[in-house]
Design a protein. Structure first.
Length: 71
């Protein structure tokens, strides 16, 4: 098994990242979350949001490539 395969397995898919992001939002909406925990959740949420955005951007580029190659 090569390093690239291991890295791919460690990265969450778009769907996994989005689901985790939704869970973070639910946690942040609770009234009993401490400030420290809120900051941790917020930081993780920002990371996941960026990951989702990057994955969507890559998907869009791939779709554009397919469309341009089919013309």
């Amino acid at each position: 098994m090569n390093v690239e395969n291991n890295t791919e397995r460690e990265r969450p898919s778009f769907e996994q990242a989005l689901k985790e992001l939704e869970h973070i939002v639910q946690e942040l909406e609770k009234e009993d979350v401490s400030l420290e925990r809120s900051i941790e959740l917020y930081q993780k949420g920002v990371e996941l949001s960026k990951k989702c955005s990057d994955l969507l951007e890559k998907a869009e580029l791939k779709i554009q490539e397919v469309q341009s190659s089919s013309n």
